[in-house]
Ligand binder design. Structure first.
Ligand SMILES: Cc1cc2nc3c(=O)[nH]c(=O)nc-3n(C[C@H](O)[C@H](O)[C@H](O)COP(=O)(O)OP(=O)(O)OC[C@H]3O[C@@H](n4cnc5c(N)ncnc54)[C@H](O)[C@@H]3O)c2cc1C
Ligand code: SF4
Length: 600
């Protein structure tokens, strides 16, 4: 029986994995498929996308026409069934609430974590992204290079299914043949944005998202992903075959009952469970990693959220993937006489160098897109095209005033009308009523375009988390206190985004409601709000200045691993999740190898 309560768990496992999102799902998948006995502990409730996904529900069937509320900011049907900006009974503290110093933390407490509703944007880091300090003297180099991780990007893309194209652009890696699925057709608004952006020297190429635009290669991929393991190949082939291609009609943020996009509970966990090697206990709130007398991790302590009972479970190795900050919190709370400042923290770097993505947005209205004939533009639900960072030469020459790049996620189109479709048109209509208002709504519907910048933040000493000395959550577990600061690099980058996006809209013959914001401090989104938080337990090549080695293995405790974003030594403009999964697969291979050699 793979879903277990605390009472029915086996006594010993090879590996305990904490957290079932991108990092935990990938870790559990690789370990279980390759024969390790794995226990996955997940703090949230069990979640079954096949029966719980509101894929086809229309807005009028929901309260407030499904519009966003403080409890459900992404709308009533959003896949986050438990959690969000606040988790009831589980607070966190921002050391400052001042603009630019506040940190916001999105947590999804459910099987699969944030992978149930993430944007599925899946970009590889490029060669420069692993060696930023070598290039410009800022931040940290990773203790690995692109060729070390490239084979794992290949595997993850083949497993989860990522559409995209190879364009041969600088620091924007191509994938080997067979890894990527074909990209979807762009929308009319995408074509127009791309045409006008290119006139400004700004590229626009197919996006990369974890959405199946056609069936997966269930005949070829299993042997490449699990060489020499016919049992795993058979399980995976059957599972891949059962996944259906996208039907271009429903918002991915609600989840996908037909398994056409990547969610950990629809892609990683089913084959891992079918292997017979994976047990899962949900509602298991892990609060500490326990240490044996020999200095190795002996297991973890957790609280059953349904009974409030405390439990301990043992394993040969422990993998933390509770999301970057939560894994750091568990380690900071696992203090002992040997590690008074938190487990695996002999460097004093645990909690340090927290990073998010730099975000800034502009939207505009484009007369050329008005009154187009009705057409279903639901498409792949985002990022048909995007703009990778393109100003490497200018940046190298010191012409930009900031050190790192950003990519542009843009879009438009006409999706199912909702609560706010006709709201806020007054700046265009001067306030119309009755029949004139209806004409205006039809005219303007679908004529808006939006641009979101996603830029690299350089790690700094003022952005970190620590344990708050007073506040505890409802389980009695001390909570995190966040400190946050942007540098001038991020602020100038945000102002550059504003100018660029406004230029593109103007090149489309469009208009923005407000002028471009030239003050970066006003243009930048709050820390954490882009939900790409990484760092806090960075990897490195020196135990004195980093928490883990290049395999996510803590320097201090040899059988303790981190496989979420905590180990990131930089936060390139590329969204982090594909890299989390590639690193998790690499770490799992390392664990399996060391277990086979009886070193763990
Ligand atoms: C709206 C939104 C859009 C996004 N879009 C993108 C995108 O397009 N591309 C991209 O790359 N990234 C995107 N992200 C970010 C992406 O979701 C995360 O990078 C990714 O999910 C991180 O994986 P993880 O495994 O580290 O954490 P999570 O997915 O958060 O999983 C962590 C799991 O651990 C569990 N857990 C936490 N604490 C404990 C504990 N103490 N004990 C046991 N279990 C615990 C949690 O309940 C959760 O299930 C988006 C996120 C959001 C919210
Ligand atoms: S758009 Fe496609 S992948 Fe996304 S939820 Fe709908 S069917 Fe699934």
């Amino acid at each position: 029986m793979p879903f277990l309560t605390a009472a029915s768990q086996a006594h010993d496992y090879d590996v305990i994995v904490v957290g079932s999102g991108a990092g935990g799902g990938q870790s559990a998948y690789t370990l279980a498929m390759e024969g390790a006995k794995v226990l996955l502990l997940e703090a949230g409730r069990c979640y079954t996308p096949a029966t719980e996904t509101p894929m086809f529900q229309t807005p009028e069937l929901a309260p407030l026409r499904a519009t966003g509320t403080p409890q459900k900011p992404f709308g009533f049907y959003d896949a986050t069934v438990d959690g969000g900006w606040q988790v009831p009974g589980e607070p966190y503290v921002s050391a400052s609430l001042a603009d630019g110093e506040r940190f916001e933390w999105w947590r999804a407490r459910m099987l699969g974590g944030r992978t149930n509703h993430w944007g599925r944007i899946s970009l590889r880091y490029g060669p420069y992204d692993f060696k930023p300090r070598t290039r410009d003297g800022l931040g940290f180099d990773w203790p690995l290079a692109y060729p070390d991780i490239a084979p794992y990007y290949d595997r993850v893309e083949r497993l989860i299914g990522v559409y995209g194209s190879n364009e041969g652009l600088e620091n924007t890696p191509d994938s080997p043949p067979g890894c990527l699925l074909p990209p979807p057709a762009p929308l009319v608004s995408d074509y127009l944005i791309a045409q006008r952006a290119r006139r400004l020297g700004i590229p626009a190429i197919p996006g990369h998202r974890a959405v199946l635009t056609r069936a997966l290669d269930f005949r070829g991929s299993p042997a490449l992903l699990h060489p020499g393991n016919p049992g795993a190949q058979k399980i995976l082939a059957e599972d891949m075959r059962a996944r259906t291609a996208c039907l271009w009609a429903t918002p991915c943020g609600r989840g996908c009952a037909i398994r056409a996009n990547y969610q950990s509970p629809t892609v990683h966990l089913p084959p891992a469970l079918a292997s017979g090697n994976l047990d899962i206990t949900t509602d298991a709130m892990v609060h500490e990693v326990t240490l044996a007398g020999d200095g190795r991790a002996s297991g973890v302590g957790f609280i059953d959220r349904t009974t409030r009972a405390h439990h301990h479970v043992r394993a040969r190795a422990v993998v933390l993937a509770a999301s970057a900050c939560e894994s750091v919190r568990i380690l900071l709370n696992s203090h002992s006489a040997r590690f008074p400042q938190g487990l695996a923290n002999s460097s004093g770097r645990l909690g340090r160098y927290l990073m998010d993505t730099v975000g800034s947005s502009v939207s505009g209205q484009v007369p050329l897109l008005e009154s187009l004939p009705p057409l279903n533009e639901d498409a792949a639900d985002g990022m048909q095209l995007y703009t990778p960072w393109w100003l490497y030469r200018e940046q190298r020459a010191g012409k930009l005033g900031f050190a790192r790049g950003y990519h542009i996620e843009f879009g438009g189109g006409r999706r199912m009308p909702g609560f706010g479709t006709a709201a806020g048109l007054e700046w265009l209509t001067a306030g119309s009523y009755g029949a004139r208002f209806k004409q205006d709504v039809r005219r303007y519907y679908g004529s808006f375009v939006y641009f979101d910048g996603r830029g690299e933040m350089i790690p700094n000493d003022q952005s970190y988390c620590e344990i708050d000395p007073e506040v505890k959550d409802q389980w009695g577990i001390p909570v995190l206190r966040f400190h946050w600061r942007w540098s001038q690099h991020e602020l100038r980058q945000a102002a550059h985004m504003q100018r660029t996006f406004t230029d593109i809209i103007e090149a489309m013959g469009g208009r923005t409601r407000e002028p471009a914001q030239s003050d970066g401090a006003r243009a930048i989104a709050p820390g954490g709000s882009i939900i790409h938080e990484v760092g806090g337990a960075i990897m490195g090549s020196d135990p004195a200045s980093s928490v883990t080695n290049p395999w996510g293995q803590t320097w201090d405790v040899p059988n303790l691993f981190l496989t979420d974003g905590a180990v990131f030594a930089s936060n390139a403009d590329k969204n982090p999740t594909l890299t989390i999964m590639a690193l998790a697969w690499r770490a799992a291979d390392h664990i399996l190898d060391r277990m086979r050699r009886r070193e763990l």
